[in-house]
Design a protein around this ligand. Structure first.
Ligand code: FE2
Length: 376
């Protein structure tokens, strides 16, 4: 690639800046003459962690000070009104302007404002990220929205996003996706701990360590699937962190804690029971009011016809998270690479044809439904 007088803007919330962000910026600095890193404003309603704009800026500036030709811009943080990429590109308009995005952003690309202006001003520079394959649908979307004005970077960005940082903090492994300096900073300031409460929940409901590890691994997997499917990442995280809280709780124990099952779980096979018990623990003990999250926990083991997008993500992440190693999981992961719906169908098929033993009626109904109605 010719690197003469090329400018790239790398935008994001950087809440916080991850090791992957730093790696991508380093690669951009090798390929462009000028790299502008652009943290965006975050609506006060969306800030749940206490990290102020000043803290995000401080972390970014510290993390990137070793990279030459990189400047951290406060333009979006200081601008009045909503940040839109097209407005930023108008402000920084120049010859050979590029706008860098990770491949995890492409699913939502058609929701950006004024993509006609964006493509008239800049080339979209797409950095492939692990677990965010540019499948046929996304490539088609990329071509359509940019009018063909895009380039795929000749390097792959690292793993991990700001959403996954919140899970790693709950795992007490803040350096999983962060450099040691940023991990120390967020620990010192007590940031990004909104899911740390799950450790207390796990202790309360007697979760074994292997089940805790599985829940964290499923949540990390679910973030990636949720982003691909434009599903609310916070809901997917909560549902997956809590999906197995009913695993070690008997019906009697749950009732002693105040849960009322209304006779629903009598006669239910044991492996399915834990999902029902878990859903009612969320609703009746943990005070979770979001019905979508509760239903995703309720149906995570069997699936069902007409699953919501969140239910699909929770079912699939539970099935294929990296700690799972049963025969056939590779086939289901490969199907998921093609599309979430291919993955869902492969998982249901596995449950119906390959696991043996009794098939749950809901699973069979779901399998038959998705054979006929794939993608719904
Ligand atoms: Fe489960």
């Amino acid at each position: 690639m010719n690197t003469t007088n090329k400018t790239v803007i790398f935008g994001g919330s950087f809440d916080p800046v991850t090791a992957a962000h730093i790696g991508i910026t380093e690669r951009l600095a090798e390929r462009f003459d000028r790299v502008i890193v652009m943290p965006c404003k975050i609506s006060p309603f969306k800030t749940r962690t206490g990290a102020t704009a000043e803290m995000r800026l401080e972390m970014l500036s510290t993390a990137l000070k070793h990279v030459p030709s990189v400047e951290v811009s406060t333009y979006e943080l200081e601008s009045k009104g909503t940040n839109y990429t097209y407005l930023t590109l108008e402000r920084f308009a120049c010859e050979n302007l590029y706008f860098a995005v990770g491949s995890e952003m492409i699913a939502e690309l058609d929701k950006w404002k004024r993509t006609d202006i964006i493509r008239s001003l800049a080339t979209l520079y797409v950095v492939p990220r692990p677990s965010y394959p540019l499948d046929r649908t996304l490539t088609e979307k990329l071509r359509r929205v940019t009018g063909g004005r895009y380039e795929i970077a000749d390097f792959t960005g690292g793993d991990g996003s700001s959403s996954e940082v919140r899970i790693s903090v709950a795992m007490e492994k803040p350096d999983m996706f962060l450099t040691p300096g940023i991990a120390a900073y967020i620990t010192e300031k007590g940031l990004y701990g909104e899911y740390a409460y799950v450790r207390g929940v796990y202790a309360r409901f007697g979760m074994k360590q292997s089940r805790i590890d599985h829940s964290f691994s499923a949540a990390l997997c679910g973030v990636k699937l949720a982003k691909r499917a434009c599903v609310d990442v916070a809901k997917a995280t909560t549902a997956l962190l809590l999906h197995d809280v009913g695993k070690y709780v008997t019906k009697e124990q749950a009732e002693a804690m105040g849960v009322n099952f209304d006779g629903r779980i009598d006669g239910m096979p044991l492996p399915v029971r834990h999902a029902e018990i878990g859903a009612e623990i969320l609703a009746q003990i943990l005070g979770i009011t979001d019905a979508e999250i509760i239903e995703a926990v309720r149906w995570h083991t069997t699936g069902r016809p007409r699953m919501t997008p969140l239910e699909k993500i929770v079912y699939l992440a539970d099935y294929i998270e990296p700690l799972r190693n049963f025969d056939g999981v590779g086939r289901i992961r490969a199907a998921t690479e093609k599309s979430i719906d291919d993955g869902l169908k492969a998982a249901l098929e596995n449950s119906v044809w390959y696991i043996g033993g009794d098939i749950y009626p809901a699973t069979l109904e779901a399998y038959e439904y998705y054979c006929k109605h794939q993608g719904e």
